[in-house]
Design a protein around this ligand. Structure first.
Ligand SMILES: Cc1ncc(COP(=O)(O)O)c(C=O)c1O
Length: 385
């Protein structure tokens, strides 16, 4: 894949996707990931909130926030994808589905014969923590690779899951390449991004995220107020797996909401790719405070869905993210920098006169709680004494 040297815009900007059109169909998996999630400890649908103050500011009918600040006791949505991918990868490894099992202890018992067994992953923090958590629940080990510069609190959180953490010189993509070397007879690599020859696991990660969208759809159906054409779903984009899941859910028919992706200004690999009409890399290292979005290359399996299913890409600055963190905190929501990117993206679009119409419902995926407390408090002007 070509590396593109895109001019770095220092301010927020948006690009309409010229390739938007018919989304490729994936083989159906229905609600199977959600059935798995229901059997994991502490499963509960995350909250869907309405924020009238944000709607008024953005000039739209309704702003909905999907609050992914706590999932299964972890501060992001990532276990939704990691758990389904780990489970499916283990099933493939065994050649058969383990079972039947009703809860995680029963599943761990069925898999005990595999030990010692390891999951490996690269991460900016959240995906790796989810993989390490899954390993711990199953009585396995985990080896997690992080790029240099990862906040200490995020490294500590990985270690608290029992992970062996290795800091890799270079960027997130360097950490991904390092993690791939771990694959072996008793080690499964559970990556949320894909590359040539490694596609199935990241596909399962995308499938696992579907639970978030079923929860939203079910809640809005209960309220007889589903999202429809003219409405907008705003998604933070790193390698694009979450956005691909959003596209897969919402862009099946002509009457769905449009899906907008938000990236940091200097890690805008999906924006650069839609502009180029093919997957390109935006070389790092990337230093955005939206750490989960510091990715140089889209996920190969996500790309066909992103290329056709995203209507617009928005690039935002760290200052935009800080402002969004403060606005969410003022509403009583402790959302981290990456999680606040969706609000930053909506406000950037509105500021440029390109926001959704006055009748629109806008769904913001607030994907992360506070994963770097020192950074988060300093954004709010607080110091720990
Ligand atoms: C909190 C959070 N939000 C959004 C994303 C973006 O997800 P993806 O890399 O699938 O685009 C990440 C990725 O790590 C993340 O940690």
């Amino acid at each position: 894949m070509a590396a593109l040297s895109t001019p770095v815009h220092l301010t927020a900007h948006a690009v309409a996707n010229p390739g938007a059109g018919t989304v490729p169909v994936w083989s159906p998996y229905g609600r199977a990931p959600q059935e798995l999630h229901r059997k994991l400890p502490e499963y509960a649908p995350s909250r869907l909130l309405s924020a009238p103050a944000l709607a008024e500011k953005a000039g739209v009918r309704r702003v909905l926030l999907k609050e992914e600040t706590s999932r299964f006791g972890l501060p992001s949505f990532k276990l939704l994808g990691a758990s389904w991918a780990c489970y499916r990868a283990l099933t493939e490894h065994l050649g058969t589905e383990p079972g039947p099992w009703a809860d995680i202890d029963e599943l761990a018992g069925l898999l005990a014969g595999l030990r010692p067994f390891t999951f490996a992953a690269a991460t900016d923090g959240n995906h790796g923590r989810a993989v390490a958590h899954m390993a711990r629940l199953l009585g396995f080990a985990s080896r997690i690779f992080v790029p240099e510069g990862t906040a200490q609190a995020r490294v500590d959180a990985l270690a608290s899951e029992g992970a062996g953490v290795e800091v890799v010189a270079g960027s997130y993509d360097d950490a991904v390449a390092r993690s791939a070397q771990e694959a072996g007879p008793s080690c499964l690599v559970i990556s949320d991004t894909s590359w040539p020859g490694y596609e199935q696991v990241p596909r399962w990660v995308i499938e696992g995220y579907s639970t978030m969208f079923w929860e939203i759809a079910d809640r809005l159906d209960d309220l007889a107020s589903p999202l429809a054409a003219g409405d907008v779903v705003v998604v933070p984009v790193g390698v694009g797996a979450l956005a691909a899941a959003a596209v897969n859910h919402f862009r099946r028919g002509a009457d769905g909401p449009s899906v907008v992706g938000v990236e940091p200004v200097d890690a805008n690999c999906v924006m650069a790719s839609v502009e180029a009409g093919r997957m390109v890399s935006v070389p790092g290292p990337h230093h955005s405070i939206m750490a989960g979005l510091n990715c140089a290359t889209p996920s190969q399996v996500a790309w066909p869905l992103l290329a056709t299913g995203l209507s617009t890409l928005v690039a935002v600055t760290d200052d935009d993210a800080r402002r969004a963190v403060r606005e969410l905190a003022a509403l009583g929501l402790a959302v981290g920098e990456t999680g606040a990117a969706a609000l930053a993206g909506l406000e950037a679009l509105h500021g440029q006169g390109r926001g959704p119409g006055a009748g629109a419902s806008v769904l913001l995926l607030c994907t992360e709680g506070v994963t770097d407390p020192v950074g988060w408090r300093s954004i709010l002007g607080l110091e720990v004494l």
